[in-house]
Design a protein around this ligand. Structure first.
Ligand SMILES: [Zn+2]
Length: 888
């Protein structure tokens, strides 16, 4: 039997803290087998909290050595110590608490709080890590000015870092030294950071718009000094962009980044001392792909942007997480769009949202952008809070327009600087700055689930009137059986034979945002609405949800001819891509029906013709051609099928491959022509034109190889001759997917022999084998878990091998003998005692048991096996119990 089940915390129970914390002074004495933490905390009772309120501090896994108030030592009877913290019944209105604790970072495998990664000390405090360092009011609405002294052995830990500015460094005798850091900006404990290690750095500087010089440093192990240049360049671009677009200037003398190998998240925005998972900051042309370069630029910017949206203005409580994350993801997406191709960036974001966030929104863990009930907050760092949260901010931007939105963000930053606030405060600032009522819009923060827009149309040739009938609905989600109509901005246009038509909406002025009058935003705010357009000279094809103007499902019965027209000629790049995807989806499902009926496979010639036209269109950005040609992923197709009784994984995979082979056959000449034409001998650069060319060239190679035969020789040659990691890995992937077993094995072995010394490259190698459909993937993954290149304690390795297998290799993960599910449950069981946060996240694919035909019982039996485990973390308990809630 398990002990008492973990209980949920509710947003409605929020109470402000009884005591404010003016100053926090910390001293860390670092040793090999323990760390002593001394704290001096200056508390002040809040004016409106009752006299005599008890002082409550969080604390977990701490050894309390001493406790005193204003210099008077407390006896065990003066306070109550529990598993979660410490309560002192009677304290003065204003006092200093002194506390000494001992912790053991070398044994901390959860990677929360202070821990060791290789020989380095580092921290991760968001959301609840600080309570594993010292007794403290560990909640984001308690903000304090920190002064931190770190003392350690000088030879082992020559570099000692914390937040803010360095104010002193001195010798401490006996081979030890100490450094003192002061951060003048009040912050909650989750933004605290400490790093000590044998680190080297790359340095640069940035002059702010206010004329101040900021010293920028990236700290890494010596071997990685050659992998920092791109992150540094990205940081400087992000600093400039935030000044120009949001008027935000950096506010300390220095900005430090540290790369750490063992890290649960991607990166963390600690004030003035960002800590990065090494996979999200280190790169160079030899070892990293184009996608890695782009991801690093975006994550460096994201963490930097948090300095304002998150640090200067922070969250009142963790239910408001999207206040900082949704807004900051929106900001980093706009930055990435400005640095590269806006349409391709939008397409990538929408792919993630529609595949994984929509699945989350229709599964057992569905929750609103601002959740109302949480067992373990670590389970709410979700795509809903981040990506859907960013879409919600994006819709505000669309509804207000860029100028009013900027006035709103200025007001928000100015009004709430130094405060811990709520999503409501953000919306109110937007309302006040724009004069727009966002009352009904707020439902996006409180209603879970993905709305559907069902659209029908009518055209009357004699009156030249065209009518769109729009119905919105949103399915029930856990705890929310009925939904109210939301405010949905629907950007649209009308496509005629010769291009997009001018829009004259009956009873409305032209949309001021679009000069050419061929695009406008319809605001859908009722369950049913109709919009009449006048002077429409021909029956148009509607171009709907341009730019993906809202995170909704679109239900309109396009004909295949309509989709072909939109993908070839519409003005909106997103709609062109989306129509290509929709057409490909239609074709794959047709082939799936043929396979299920035992009929011969026949791929509609319209589709292969559309692919040849795309390949021939040299006016289009090659990155767009690649994105439009790439067939929708099996995970996306499965998500779509979840509404039709669940996906049949095996025939879906076979149908998708058959369509690929048909394209390879029908477009052989044009695929070969583009493949040859896009070859380049220029030195590698991660810039837009080169990335676009590589992306299309490797897409062509992948199509060709799917047909097998002599094309594999081309992949083998590219693999041997590649001068950058993008081309090398793309070729290896095609060989692994479509080559003979001997070709596959020898290429994989030679790749490992070349790159075994580089852990991040080895992770790519692990991930590739995890997704390869050829061979017995379950056995391969189990074997790789015993390989020297794998390590269960390292989150990057677990994600690369096990996470990738479960989420991106559907044919093997969903094997009918249940071996794939058994593998995942085994790993979760093993990992839960080591790192519950990662264990819980790994479980996501099993929670989707409703989406797969004939698999529910197999998947649920593994969830039940985990539920029956004797010791289960709250993290895994929450995911397992919610997933099983209505399974029986
Ligand atoms: Zn963030």
């Amino acid at each position: 039997m398990r002990e008492a089940q973990p209980t949920a915390i509710l947003l409605q129970d929020y109470q402000p803290p009884a005591y404010l914390l003016e100053r926090t002074e910390l001293q860390f004495l670092l040793y090999e087998d323990h760390v002593v933490v001394d704290s001096r905390l200056q508390f002040q009772r809040r004016a409106d909290s009752p006299a005599g309120a008890a002082l409550q501090l969080h604390g977990e896994e701490l050894e309390l050595l001493s406790l005193a108030i204003d210099g008077r030592a407390l006896e065990p009877g003066d306070y109550e110590l529990t598993e979660q913290g410490l309560e002192i019944e009677t304290v003065p209105a204003s006092f200093q608490l002194q506390c000494r604790t001992r912790i053991r970072p070398q044994d901390n495998t959860s990677l929360e709080g202070l821990y060791k990664s290789h020989s380095m000390f580092c921290t991760q405090c968001e959301a609840h890590g600080f309570r594993k360092i010292s007794f403290y009011p560990d909640r984001p609405d308690v903000m304090s000015v920190f002064t931190v002294t770190v003392e350690a052995d000088r030879a082992r830990y020559p570099v000692l870092l914390s937040n803010g500015n360095l104010v002193a460094s001195e010798d401490a005798g006996q081979g030890r030294h100490r450094a003192t850091w002061h951060d003048p900006h009040p912050k909650p404990a989750y933004l605290f950071a400490l790093v000590a290690g044998d680190l080297h750095y790359v340095e640069d500087s940035f002059r702010t718009c206010g004329g101040r010089d900021v010293c920028l440093r990236i700290y890494v192990e010596e071997k990685d000094l050659g992998k920092c240049e791109h992150a540094m360049r990205s940081l400087k671009k992000a600093m400039r962009w935030d000044e120009e677009v949001y008027g935000r200037e950096y506010d300390l003398e220095l900005f430090n980044i540290v790369a750490v190998d063992d890290f649960n998240m991607g990166a963390m925005e600690n004030k003035g001392l960002n800590i990065f998972n090494s996979s999200c900051v280190l790169c160079n042309a030899d070892t990293s792909t184009d996608a890695t370069f782009q991801r690093i630029e975006s994550i460096v910017a994201h963490e930097y942007f948090h300095n304002w949206s998150g640090n200067r203005v922070t969250c009142r409580d963790w239910f408001q997480l999207s206040l900082k994350e949704g807004f900051t993801v929106f900001r980093d997406a706009a930055f990435s769009a400005a640095m590269g191709s806006p349409t391709v960036k939008r397409v990538e974001d929408v792919k993630l949202l529609r595949t994984a966030q929509f699945a989350e929104d229709s599964g057992p863990m569905a929750h609103p952008v601002r959740p109302e009930s949480v067992i373990e907050i670590n389970n709410f760092y979700t795509l809903t809070v981040y990506e859907k949260g960013a879409e919600v901010v994006g819709m505000i931007h669309t509804l207000l327009g860029p100028e009013a939105f900027r006035r709103g963000s200025d007001l928000y930053f100015q009004r709430h600087d130094g405060q811990a606030v709520t999503c409501e405060d953000f919306i109110r600032a937007m309302e006040e700055a724009s004069g727009m009522d966002l009352g009904q819009f707020r439902l996006w923060y409180s209603q879970a689930g993905t709305p559907t827009l069902r659209i029908q149309d009518e055209y009357e040739a004699d009156t030249q009137r065209y009518t769109l009938h729009v119905q919105q609905s949103c399915p029930p989600t856990p705890g929310q059986p009925h939904k109210q109509p939301m405010v949905i901005p629907l950007a649209m246009g009308l496509l005629g034979d010769a291009g997009n038509l001018p829009l004259r909406l009956a009873g409305a002025a032209p949309d001021p945002e679009t000069a050419d009058n061929t695009s406008r935003v319809l605001v859908i705010d009722q369950a049913q609405q109709s919009f009449v357009f006048e002077g429409v000279a021909e029956r148009p094809v509607p171009s709907l949800l341009r730019g993906f103007s809202a995170p909704v499902r679109l239900d309109y019965q396009f004909s295949k001819g309509d989709l072909h027209a939109l993908m070839s000629r519409d003005d909106d790049g997103f709609v062109r891509w989306d129509s290509a995807q929709a057409l490909a989806t239609r074709i794959i499902l047709e082939v799936q029906d043929q396979l299920q009926a035992g009929a011969p496979v026949a791929v509609d010639g319209l589709f292969t013709q559309a692919c040849s036209e795309l390949l021939a269109d040299e006016s289009l950005d090659p990155a767009m051609v690649a994105a439009m040609l790439a067939l929708p992923g099996e995970d996306y197709l499965a998500e779509l099928a979840s509404h039709a009784g669940g996906a049949d994984v095996d025939t879906l995979h076979a149908a998708r491959e058959a369509v690929k082979v048909a394209v390879a056959g029908a477009c052989r000449e044009s695929l070969l022509r583009r493949y040859e034409q896009l070859a380049s001998s220029a030195p590698y650069a991660p810039d837009g034109p080169q990335i676009a060319a590589r992306s299309l060239r490797n897409t062509c190679l992948d199509f060709l190889c799917s047909a097998g035969g002599s094309h594999l020789e081309r992949a083998l040659a590219q693999f041997r001759q590649a001068r950058n990691m993008t081309d090398r890995l793309a070729a290896l992937r095609s060989i692994a997917f479509y080559g003979e077993e001997s070709q596959r094995e020898s290429a994989l072995q030679s790749f490992y022999a070349d790159w075994r010394h580089d852990s991040l490259v080895v992770n790519q190698w692990l991930g590739l084998q995890a997704v390869t459909p050829a061979g017995d993937a379950v056995a391969r993954v189990r074997e790789l878990m015993r390989h020297p290149g794998f390590e269960l304690r390292n989150p990057n390795k677990v994600r690369a091998l096990v996470g990738t297998f479960a989420s991106q290799n559907p044919v093997h993960f969903h094997r009918l003998d249940g071996a794939g599910y058994g593998l995942l449950a085994d790993v979760v069981q093993q990992l839960d005692g080591i790192n519950p946060q990662i264990a819980a996240r790994l479980l996501t694919p099993l929670t989707r048991w409703r989406n797969y035909r004939g698999r529910a019982e197999l998947m649920c039996s593994q969830l039940r096996r985990l539920a029956a485990m004797e010791k289960l973390s709250p993290d895994v308990f929450e995911v397992v119990s919610k997933s099983l809630e209505d399974a029986d």
